[in-house]
Design a protein around this ligand. Structure first.
Ligand SMILES: CC(C)(COP(=O)(O)OP(=O)(O)OC[C@H]1O[C@@H](n2cnc3c(N)ncnc32)[C@H](O)[C@@H]1OP(=O)(O)O)[C@@H](O)C(=O)NCCC(=O)NCCS
Length: 258
């Protein structure tokens, strides 16, 4: 019996040697188990979003103003930290500031629609109007630190409902990215920041209106097309500043006793 076993082992030895050298799986895999393959997609580490001065066509540099030196619309801690972290060191995501007129806020918005020529006092008054409604208006801006200028902007306001168990809805408005730096994920970051704020404020949904050509952008941001938008425009004179609506005192008419 022992002779038979020795003869069989000696017979397989050359076959094992040849298979191992040629890399045939049935023997080589015993010694070298296959290593799991990782796709290049899984290996890639996302690079932070950046812009440079050439992109912005700006030669002059301005000292970056840190948040602590600004009068901000709301507490910057509300902006999700993970969205801020996706931006490179040259960009900063923060709430709108009272002095952002001088940082190109309206010039960036002008890629969306016409914007008025405001004085700093008028801009400041509009800022106060937003801030006079607590927990309602949130405008975020992305600032290019090298120029201390705004390159991306977006707003959300909160609607309190009676329906949906006294639910809240976040309405996104006025999304714009400087045309020189579009296509670098800054629009996406603005939307991520606003939807994060909406969620943290307890909104059960976030909605917006957009033109057909922007639908693919919002789909990339995780939105889906729902229903239709209806609009009716009113023939009012252009409002340059936005004072709070006047509170009309209605005289009570007491019904005479019969
Ligand atoms: C729309 C706008 C805000 C997008 O910002 P952006 O910084 O240029 O876009 P992003 O780089 O963040 O785009 C994110 C993704 O959406 C895609 N995308 C952006 N705009 C798109 C469009 N119009 N059509 C198709 N895809 C679009 C990008 O290619 C990118 O896709 P990827 O992740 O596969 O690379 C910007 O182009 C803009 O300011 N446009 C003018 C004003 C405007 O129309 N505002 C929207 C009002 S509703």
């Amino acid at each position: 019996m022992i002779h038979v076993l020795i003869a069989l082992s000696l017979g397989f030895l050359p076959l094992f040697f040849v298979s191992h050298k040629l890399g045939f799986p049935w023997f080589s895999s015993i010694k070298n188990p296959p290593t799991p393959t990782i796709s290049t997609h899984e290996l890639s580490i996302p690079t932070p979003d950046t812009v440079d001065l050439e992109d912005l066509n700006i030669e002059e540099t301005m000292a970056f103003t840190p948040d602590a030196q600004l009068d901000l619309l709301f507490d910057p801690k509300i902006i999700p930290a993970d969205v801020k972290a996706k931006l490179g060191d040259d960009l900063h995501l923060r709430p709108l500031a009272r002095t952002d007129l001088q940082r190109n806020h309206l010039a960036v918005l002008s890629v969306l629609t016409s914007t008025p020529n405001l004085t700093p006092a008028q801009y400041s008054q509009a800022f106060d109007t937003l801030r006079s409604c607590p927990n309602t208006y949130y405008t975020v801006v992305i600032v290019a630190k090298a120029t201390d200028s705004i390159v991306g902007v977006g707003s959300i306001f909160m609607e309190q409902k009676f329906t949906r168990n006294l639910g809240r809805v976040g309405h996104i408005e006025d999304i714009a990215v400087d045309k020189n730096v579009q296509g670098r994920k800054l629009g996406l970051r603005v939307i991520e920041a606003l939807t994060g704020i909406s969620e943290s404020m307890g909104c059960y949904k976030t909605i917006l209106n957009c033109s057909d050509h922007n639908i693919p952008f919002y789909e990339k941001c995780g939105f889906e097309k729902k229903e239709n938008e209806m609009a009716r425009y009113h023939n009012i004179a252009a409002v340059v500043t936005a004072p709070p609506p006047p509170v009309v005192e209605v005289e009570r008419v007491v019904a005479p006793r019969l």
